[in-house]
Every structure is written in C-alpha cells, then in structure tokens.
Design a protein around this ligand. Sequence first.
Ligand SMILES: Cc1cc2nc3c(=O)[nH]c(=O)nc-3n(C[C@H](O)[C@H](O)[C@H](O)COP(=O)(O)O)c2cc1C
Length: 220
Amino acid sequence: MGRFRLGLLDINDGENACCFWVLKGDRNMEKSPSLQGREVVIGVTGGIAAYKAATLVSRLVQASAGVTVVMTEAATHLVSPKTFEALSRRPVALGMWDTLTHPHIELAQEADILCVAPATANFLAKAALGLADDLLSTLVLAFSGPIFVAPAMNVAMWQKPVVQRNLQQLRQDGIHIIEPESGYLSCGMVGAGRMAEPEQIFERLVEVLRTLPPREKKLR
Ligand SMILES: Cc1cc2nc3c(=O)[nH]c(=O)nc-3n(C[C@H](O)[C@H](O)[C@H](O)COP(=O)(O)O)c2cc1C
C-alpha cells in the first residue's frame, strides 16, 4: 500500500557511468547499484558464517549481478546447496567432477570477481600455499581477476600466528582481505573472527565491479 517506490538515479562522474535503483521503504535496496552484466563467483567454505553468504548472494542478485556459488564439501554440512541454488537461480558448483568439463577454467574465464565468504582457516592456508585439491582452491589459482576473502573463525584460531602469516602471504599475493569484526562468536566466545557483515562485503565488491571494464563473454 504505497510502501515501496521505485526510482532510477543516473550518476556519471565523467569516467564511470552508473545507475542506481532507489527502492524507498526497503533499507537494503536504497541506492542499490545496478550490476547488470557483471558475473560474480561466491565461494563458500565450511565456517558457521556460511549462512550469512546467503544474504550476500541475495544482495548481489537483487542488484542484477549473475552469481555462481561454489561450495566446499564442509560448507554443505552447514548450509544446503539448495539455498544458494534458489537465491542465485543457478546450479551450485560443488566438485571438480560434476557437470562442467573443466569447471575451474570455465568459471575463472567467465567471472569478473571472486569472493570467498566465509573463508575458513583451512581455506586461507590452502590459498596461501597454492594448494588445489578441490574446486574452490583450484579456481583461486585459475582466476586472474580480483579475489576477495572474508575470513571467519573462532578468536583463538584467528590469533594463531600461522593464520596471520597465511593472511599476510595472501595480502602480498594481491588478494583483498575483508577483515573480520570483533563480537559474539558462535562458539560462545567474544572476540575477533566474526565475518564482516554481508552488506559491507557487498559494498567492497561493488566498489571494484564499478571500475572494471565491461566483459565480452557472458556466463551460461
Ligand atoms: C559447526 C562448525 C563450525 C565451524 N566453523 C568454522 C569457522 O567459522 N571457521 C573455520 O575456520 N573453521 C570452522 N569449522 C571447521 C571447518 O569446517 C574445517 O576446518 C573444514 O575442514 C574446513 O573445510 P573447507 O575449508 O574446505 O571448507 C567449523 C566446523 C564446524 C563443525
């Protein structure tokens, strides 16, 4: 009953033209940028914050991005692939040996950006070493565009020198780290290691997606 009002706001800063859909009445959709034609791969690893990745995927889809979700085996114990399939309206990529012939190459070629959220300590270690023993870690090696990771873990894990060393290695390798926050953790502890909020991750991705040149190839 007149709760939502849709408007289009054009912004052109001389270099990057961009339009914003303004949906009054919905806090998340206010000033939502159009990501039409952009392809994003969201990697989901086996952290309890995997449920927050659902909000991130939904946010990107609402902004008209094409989103493909890649889950590790551990992640599927925490959130059903069906949730991501429904939100992205695409099949979820789970393994190297499923439907695509070279899934890591095909996904890498077709995406503008790769974001792993949540990123477990295990994933960070594998990425820092260049291990490629599942689809997501292999995709990280095959992908040449911007890579973001949003770590999430228990505070004791977060403070381990080896975890911080791996993060430092990833920064040196050009991977963008979206720092976790301090707060309540699912294990009952309070401290650093809580994944950044989906809205904050979304904004970081939009910032970069806006500056990338248009892609020629379309996914599926
Ligand atoms: C309920 C539950 C929650 C977990 N949450 C986290 C987490 O937040 N961060 C993390 O690094 N590991 C977490 N783990 C451990 C990872 O799932 C485990 O290290 C796994 O091997 C990660 O695999 P992946 O990196 O391939 O997804 C959790 C395990 C369980 C059972």
